[in-house]
Design a protein around this ligand. Structure first.
Ligand code: SF4
Length: 334
């Protein structure tokens, strides 16, 4: 069962108690600093011990919390634990609080007065949500699954040996794609990153880590979606793909889509969007599902954009949370 610690400034104690109450009502073990202190125990030791026993930290980040030495202590302790993979951190922007530099790198939930929505997003973040079985990999007969896997492996072998465009001269490894042959969600980015090129595995760079966090927001394990790029080999210096390269490589992508037959294609960045909706502008339709016959296209900005601009990080988080809302309603697929 997830456990949530709610860090807050004294001024926001009522709001913190309200959240704790909502979490407990959803069978989440929620607590705040005063709850955790044993008689005679040092406060700092209690925070350390308590955070070590928890899985999720919510920080009600108000202007008072930014100045609070206790909130800083709790956050800094949590960051150490988070780096060891022991807990997740989610600040909530409360009372028009701007993220301080160190904490600006985390997902922020904006609280704009819709309390039910806030609770819903917190529960989704913790994975306390009904499993959306209909977006998990499709149940298939073993024979059909094996057939699809064999075709994907064939495509991968061809891509690794491909010399159809000049990128084969620069690559260390082609990066065909990764994921279940029966995935219902198909993520396509632009081209492999440097670490992807070194390993032959898609989305293992910093942008890939962030994509993993975004996929967490829709409450799906990353292993249950298919991940690939429109180019299977990396252009040097991360330059934009050329039309000639995308055209040369398009057959692999097309065959992957045909064999996996996903219900939803999530495009990451403008180049990926241009392959499925050539006239669409990502700045106009990001985060808005597009019904295109048998599939739904979900246009998103590329997670790499968020590495350099906080604005894109915020947009991506909001778009993925909206995507989660969309996925909650199976009727959206009809
Ligand atoms: S990018 Fe695509 S077309 Fe170009 S060499 Fe690699 S696999 Fe072949």
């Amino acid at each position: 069962m997830p456990q949530i610690f709610i860090s807050h400034a004294t001024e926001d104690a009522d709001f913190a108690r309200r959240i704790a109450h909502s979490m407990r009502s959803a069978s989440v073990d929620a607590w705040m600093a005063p709850d955790s202190i044993h008689p005679g125990e040092d406060f700092v030791d209690a925070i350390q011990r308590g955070l070590e026993d928890t899985t999720h930290l919510v920080v009600i980040m108000s202007p008072d919390a930014v100045e609070s030495s206790w909130v800083k202590l709790e956050m800094n302790t949590a960051i150490r634990l988070e780096r060891g993979g022991k807990l997740s951190i989610m600040p909530i922007s409360f009372r028009a609080c701007e993220p301080p530099v160190l904490w600006g790198a985390y997902h922020w939930l904006e609280y704009e007065g819709d309390y039910d929505k806030l609770v819903e997003n917190l529960l989704r973040w913790m994975g306390v949500n009904e499993a959306r079985s209909w977006i998990r990999p499709a149940p298939l007969e073993a024979e059909e699954l094996a057939r699809r896997q064999a075709i994907l492996e064939e495509i991968a072998l061809e891509a690794r040996a491909c010399a159809a465009c000049p990128l084969h001269l620069e690559r260390l490894n082609a990066v065909p794609g990764e994921g279940p042959a029966n995935a219902r969600l198909f993520f396509m980015g632009e081209s492999p990153g440097p670490e992807d090129d070194q390993t032959g595995t898609p989305f293992v760079s910093a942008a890939g880590d962030f994509l993993g966090e975004l996929i967490d927001l829709i409450n799906l394990p990353r292993e249950e979606v298919y991940l690939t790029n429109i180019l299977k080999c990396r252009p040097h210096q991360n330059r934009d793909p050329l039309v000639s390269e995308m055209n040369a490589c398009s057959g692999y992508l097309q065959r992957q889509i045909e064999v996996i037959n996903p219900r939803i294609i999530v495009t990451l960045g403008r180049f990926a969007l241009s392959r499925v909706l050539p006239d669409a502008k990502i700045s106009k339709i990001h985060g808005a599902p597009q019904h295109t016959g048998e599939r739904i296209v979900m246009p998103m900005y590329h997670p790499a954009a968020a590495l350099y601009r906080q604005r894109y990080r915020t947009i991506l988080i909001q778009d993925f949370l909206k995507f989660g809302d969309f996925l909650d309603k199976p009727e959206n697929l009809t």
